[in-house]
Write a protein that binds this ligand. Structure first.
Ligand SMILES: Cc1cc2nc3c(=O)[nH]c(=O)nc-3n(C[C@H](O)[C@H](O)[C@H](O)COP(=O)(O)OP(=O)(O)OC[C@H]3O[C@@H](n4cnc5c(N)ncnc54)[C@H](O)[C@@H]3O)c2cc1C
Length: 366
């Protein structure tokens, strides 16, 4: 096998992998079907500060806002989880993609744009190096090599409005299983004067646009954006489960990011886990090409380090998907009564529920 990595997809996961591979001395070529990388922007960019610190990216110039917590709404109940220190940054996604591109190219990765990869091209690459599928939820690489289907998706619709957010330091999440089952609706202050409004619903339940239209007619939202034309709007999808297999030694293929389903089902956030997977995959590929390891070492290590957290995210999501509006509102009330909101404000972690549990037990022991 040649000392070459072929990465399909030049978004965050693919470019982070390309940077790490090139830095390890692996000849790296990245392909993307888009002529202008990162556009159109269909996703948001709320990322935990702790997670970002682990990605080894110079992301600072893409920050548009900083958040201290979330207001969680269900019916008439609201629970606010507020931290004294910043917990997350909102990043401008196009700018973040540019930063990832510059860092990958800076290490010597070759990036070819405007080239859509199909299964016959992939077959031609086999035997010449390792193929990295970083091509998103509907991955051509995963289907070309039979790496399992994606079990669950959420459909999203979101728009940005030039208007001041009610509280520019907080994101608002609205849970209502009769309207946005599977995820939630949100108001995110992308900048102090730009508010993002969005909804995510289980793909089997149909139309995210219709759910969005209902959400913006809701009083709390129409009071803020009523009559204002959106700056941008669009639909997208989010995978909500890991693929059964993310490394294939026989075919010399690995999957990372949304192609692998490395997304938190509680929020649909995938950049942190996808970015971490990209680093781990690059390390395993470099060792494999040096003759010192297998590609499946990446899958084993990813599941060992992050499998429990992704499983917990999926259990939390499954629990609130199964709750009626009344019982969810009651759950928020109980959590407030027992001070869970304050605990999460002090010890919460957006990415790692296992860390929250650990802190909870340690605090009770103490
Ligand atoms: C509405 C919405 C809000 C979100 N909010 C957040 C958030 O706040 N925080 C967060 O962490 N995550 C968020 N996410 C999820 C996040 O956007 C994804 O997890 C992330 O973009 C995945 O990156 P990726 O590199 O794996 O794949 P993608 O971003 O999907 O990129 C795949 C790339 O592969 C290319 N490609 C695909 N097929 C081919 C082919 N056959 N040939 C060549 N190129 C190909 C595409 O052009 C694309 O550039 C959100 C998603 C949505 C939809």
């Amino acid at each position: 096998m040649g000392n070459h990595a072929y990465v399909v997809g030049a978004a965050t996961a693919g470019l982070i992998a390309a940077k790490r591979l090139a830095a390890r001395g692996v000849r790296t070529t990245v392909y993307d079907q888009k002529r202008v990388l990162g556009l159109p922007v269909r996703a948001s960019g709320i990322l935990s500060i702790s997670g970002l610190s682990e990605l080894d990216l110079k992301y600072e110039s893409s920050i548009t806002n900083t958040l201290y917590g979330a207001n969680i709404h269900c019916g008439n109940e609201t629970m606010s989880v507020v931290s004294k220190t910043p917990v997350a940054h909102i990043l401008e996604r196009q700018k973040l993609n540019d930063i990832c591109f510059d860092e990958a190219a800076g290490e010597g990765a070759e990036v070819i744009t405007g080239k859509r990869i199909d299964s016959s091209f992939l077959t031609g690459l086999q035997g010449h190096g390792v193929i990295v599928g970083a091509d998103g939820a509907v991955s051509t690489v995963a289907s070309a090599f039979g790496m399992g289907s994606m079990d669950r998706f959420v459909l999203t619709y979101k728009a940005e409005y030039e208007v001041r957010a009610p509280d520019p330091k907080m994101v608002d999440l609205f849970f209502d299983n009769s309207r946005y089952k599977g995820l939630f609706a949100w108001l995110a202050p992308n900048e102090h004067d730009v508010l993002e409004v969005g909804v995510g619903i289980e793909s089997t339940l149909g139309n995210a646009r219709a759910a969005f239209d209902a959400f913006i007619r809701q009083k709390e939202v129409s009071n803020i954006i009523g009559g204002i034309k959106p700056l941008s709007e669009g639909a997208c999808m989010i995978p909500m489960a890991m693929r059964k297999r993310i490394a294939d030694d026989a075919n010399g293929v690995v999957l990372i990011g949304d192609a692998a389903g490395q997304v938190k089902p509680t929020t649909g956030g995938g950049i942190i886990f996808g970015g971490k997977a990209a680093g781990m995959a690059a390390e395993a590929i470099a060792k494999h090409l040096e003759g010192a390891g297998r590609l499946s070492d990446y899958e084993r290590e990813f599941r060992r380090r992050h499998g429990a957290d992704l499983w917990m995210h999926s259990m939390i999501n499954k629990t609130y998907r199964s709750m009626g509006q009344g019982s969810m509102g009651a759950a928020l009330k109980v959590m407030r009564t027992f001070g869970i909101d304050r605990f999460l404000g002090m010890y919460g972690d957006m990415d790692r529920p296992s860390l929250i549990l650990k802190r909870f037990f340690l605090r009770n022991l103490a």
